[in-house]
Design a binder for this molecule. Structure first.
Ligand SMILES: Nc1nc2c(ncn2[C@@H]2O[C@H](COP(=O)(O)OP(=O)(O)OP(=O)(O)O)[C@@H](O)[C@H]2O)c(=O)[nH]1
Ligand SMILES: [Mg+2]
Length: 194
């Protein structure tokens, strides 16, 4: 099990913690399962706060893992129920954060496996590309799919993101039964002491 601790919640770029640690950032649509994913990867139940309702993570949350690297839990993009002003603020914060590319070693873009990627997902992929941030795509909540739905969705996503290769930059995952966890952790070990 990793040794991880919460460091700081940040809601403006100047508050980002000092320290020369590489960053592993988790991003995706609001309520997609970013915080659950972090807890599962680190095998720590309540490290990142999980919400039954969208908009649970409101800031950039920094966790220090094994005294070696930061995990950054981002607020979800595109949450419809907060005010437009608040949504724009989150978007600005996230865009600004991504321009600080010197620290971000890898981003994990989490997408709900049940649906075709949304406009928000496409926007996020573009933002990562534009800022030259290396990222992998994780399709999560696969416990919600039957075996045949899983095959169907897997083909759909491989077509949608045609330059991806499974278990290299495209992974499938469930935080409920931890399916796919091992493959992702093995991959992350190439980058981080996890
Ligand atoms: N079935 C299933 N539910 C999941 C999975 N991952 C997360 N959830 C559920 O999805 C909901 C949202 O999870 P969070 O981890 O809070 O999602 P988030 O992306 O951090 O949400 P925000 O911080 O609000 O953007 C919770 O009810 C989780 O229990 C999964 O792999 N399978
Ligand atoms: Mg969250």
């Amino acid at each position: 099990m990793a040794n991880a601790k919460f460091v700081k919640s940040v809601n403006s770029i100047i508050e980002i913690p000092k320290g020369d640690f590489p960053e592993l950032v988790f991003c995706g649509r609001s309520n997609v399962g970013k915080s659950s994913f972090i807890n599962s990867i680190l095998q720590m139940k309540n490290l990142a706060k999980v919400g039954a309702t969208p908009g649970k993570t409101k800031f950039l949350n920094y966790f220090l893992v094994n005294e070696k690297f930061f995990i950054v839990d981002l607020p979800g993009l595109g949450y419809a129920k907060v005010s437009k002003q608040e949504r724009e603020k989150w978007k600005k914060l996230i865009s600004e954060y991504f321009t600080r590319t010197d620290k971000i070693q890898l981003a994990i873009h989490i997408i709900d496996s049940r649906h075709e990627p949304t406009d928000v997902d496409v926007e996020l992929s573009k933002l990562l590309f534009k800022n030259n941030i290396p990222f992998i795509i994780v399709l999560n909540k696969i416990d919600k799919l039957s075996q045949s739905e899983f095959h169907q969705k897997r083909n759909m996503i491989k077509e949608f993101y045609s330059n991806t290769v499974e278990n290299e930059n495209l992974f499938f995952f469930s935080a409920v039964n931890n399916r796919g966890r091992k493959e992702i952790v093995n991959f992350l070990k190439n980058y981080f002491e996890i």
